[in-house]
Design a protein around this ligand. Structure first.
Ligand code: NBP
Length: 483
């Protein structure tokens, strides 16, 4: 047995990770359910490498040095469970099984425990960066059995992306499903970033009538400043790409969005934990609305927008308003994502390193950006930071740009452009900085119709009161638990 690691699942992610490991001097054995893909891979992309093909799981495992390391890059869900069941009979106590797919963190919690009972060390890891990341340096977010980490640390950090100073975008995240949780929130934030960019695009397109070529220039400029990021960069390239007939390809793409579930999982987790992660939620719903294409086309014939199209007098100034509004909304989205991480860590007993997570996302992955360096700096300055928005860098940027932010959204409302993510970000900002919200009235209503009781500002917290609002009710109140 001479191989350093075995990998099962030769689709786009698996193949590229294997080639990446090979580049870094690791000898990899590979297997795929459809076995013909193993030979195709060896005769094509992997030709001339030291990669070893296997035609069965037994053959794959027999190639591995002990303790054996087997990584799965297969479809998440039942397929991952089935594949684990197929590998298990060939493993021994102390071997390491790694799931690099987009698994739901609760599945990873379950698998880590079940495999630990069998003496197998399990890692559930997020791998981000798509095809190119996998090939040349992804962001890798591993969690699971802490004893497994020393066995994979070297190889994972070797193949991962690196930030400018050479630090790998891969470090231990935490126990059980922590790695997959962080990857899920990463994907949720990715949904948010994408939605924000799309809203900025529509506002400028409908508000100023800009062409794809003008967008290519604007996004190239934006990518040089505070918004410097992979998604802004690829958007600039997308706007510049022409179809065979010389017209921009972006203008020909059908406006219905797909999704594979990680944004939805993030929103569900936020609801479960009671965290107001509104921007990711709106981004998921925006994709759902986009998918109702036929219905929207029909509705467009019935429902009117504002009568007059407002014109923008200062074109350049308005583009700058939108840029600043995008930046402010993005700060809110990351603050919300970090609130969710903080709450999940509390609920799952994970000791998440918030600055370390920003560093892992700094390179290799889809949300990589200069901005993540500012998040890292905020947590370096104060590892116990309650909320990103309370860091000087973020609060002063919001204070400086909020007038532009409001102006952009007001204009969108006036001309009838939907801005769910921009506006929920601003509403969150205004809610979060409001010391007294109207929930006093809400509690009164709940007490009125359901005797749900309320606390008073002139009495200690935790003391509950009921008012007989109509003079007709009894003296019995409902219990005060929060569901
Ligand atoms: P897919 O998610 O399309 O998975 C394809 C692999 O799963 C193939 O090897 C396929 O084998 C195997 N598979 C399937 Br499908 N059903 C199987 C079954 N019943 N038993 C055994 N194997 C089965 O590939 P991918 O896009 O490379 O993604 C791999 C993992 O990485 C997924 O969990 C994905 O969510 C995650 N991920 C993907 C990306 C991305 O950008 N694509 C990024 C980050 C993470 P076959 O060849 O025999 O059909």
């Amino acid at each position: 047995a001479t191989c350093d690691i075995g990998l099962i699942g030769l689709a786009v992610m698996g193949q590229n990770l294997v080639l990446n490991m090979n580049d870094h001097g690791y000898k990899v054995a590979v297997f795929n359910r459809t076995v013909s893909k193993v030979d195709e891979f060896l005769n094509d992309e992997a030709k001339g490498t030291q990669i070893v093909g296997a035609h069965s799981i037994e053959e794959l495992v027999a190639q591995l040095k002990t303790p054996r390391r087997v990584m799965l890059m297969v479809k998440a869900g039942d397929v991952t469970d089935q594949t684990i069941d197929h590998v298990l009979p060939y493993l021994e106590k102390g071997d390491i099984l790694i799931d690099g797919g987009n698994s739901l963190f609760t599945d990873t919690n379950r698998r880590t425990k079940a495999l630990a009972d069998k003496g197998i060390l399990f890692i559930g890891t997020g791998v981000s960066g798509g095809e190119e990341g996998a090939r040349f340096g992804p962001s890798i977010m591993p969690g699971g059995s802490p004893e497994a980490w020393p066995h994979v640390k070297e190889i994972f950090q070797a193949i991962s992306a690196k930030v400018e100073d050479g630090t790998p975008c891969c470090d231990w995240v935490g126990e059980n499903g922590a790695g997959h949780y962080v990857k899920m929130v990463h994907n949720g934030i990715e949904y948010g970033d994408i939605q924000l960019i799309c809203e900025a695009y529509q506002l400028l397109k409908d508000g100023l009538g800009l062409s794809a070529d003008e967008f290519a220039k604007i996004f190239t400029e934006w990518n040089k400043g505070e918004l410097d990021s992979y998604l802004i960069e690829i958007s600039a390239t997308i706007f510049g790409k022409k179809d065979d007939d010389g017209t921009p390809i972006v203008d020909k793409i059908l406006d219905t969005a797909g999704q594979k579930g990680t944004g939805k999982w993030t929103a569900i987790s936020a609801l479960d934990l009671g965290m107001p992660v509104t921007l990711i939620g709106e981004s998921v719903f925006a994709r759902c609305l986009s998918a109702l294409k036929d219905e929207r086309v029909q509705a467009s014939k019935f429902l009117e927008g504002p009568k007059k199209a407002l014109t923008v007098s200062e074109k350049e100034a308005f583009i700058e308003d939108v840029r600043r509004a995008l930046y402010c909304s993005k700060m809110i989205s990351y603050a919300q994502g970090y609130m969710l991480l903080r709450e999940a860590a509390k609920s799952e007993g994970w000791n998440l390193n918030m600055g370390g997570i920003a560093l892992m996302w700094r390179g290799g992955c889809i949300i990589r950006s200069a901005f993540l360096g500012n998040i890292k700096a905020a947590y370096d300055k104060n590892p116990k930071l309650l909320n990103l928005l309370m860091d000087d860098f973020f609060s002063s940027a919001l204070n400086k740009y909020q007038a532009n932010w409001r102006k952009a959204i007001i204009h969108a409302i006036e001309i009838g452009v939907p801005m769910p993510a921009f506006s929920t970000a601003l509403s969150f900002y205004d809610g979060y900085r409001t010391a007294r919200l109207p929930a006093n009235l809400l509690q009164a209503q709940r007490d009125f119709f359901g005797a749900h009781t309320y606390e008073r500002i002139d009495k200690p917290r935790g003391e509950f009161f009921h008012t007989n609002w109509t003079g007709r009710g009894g003296r019995v109140s409902s219990s005060t638990y929060n569901a």
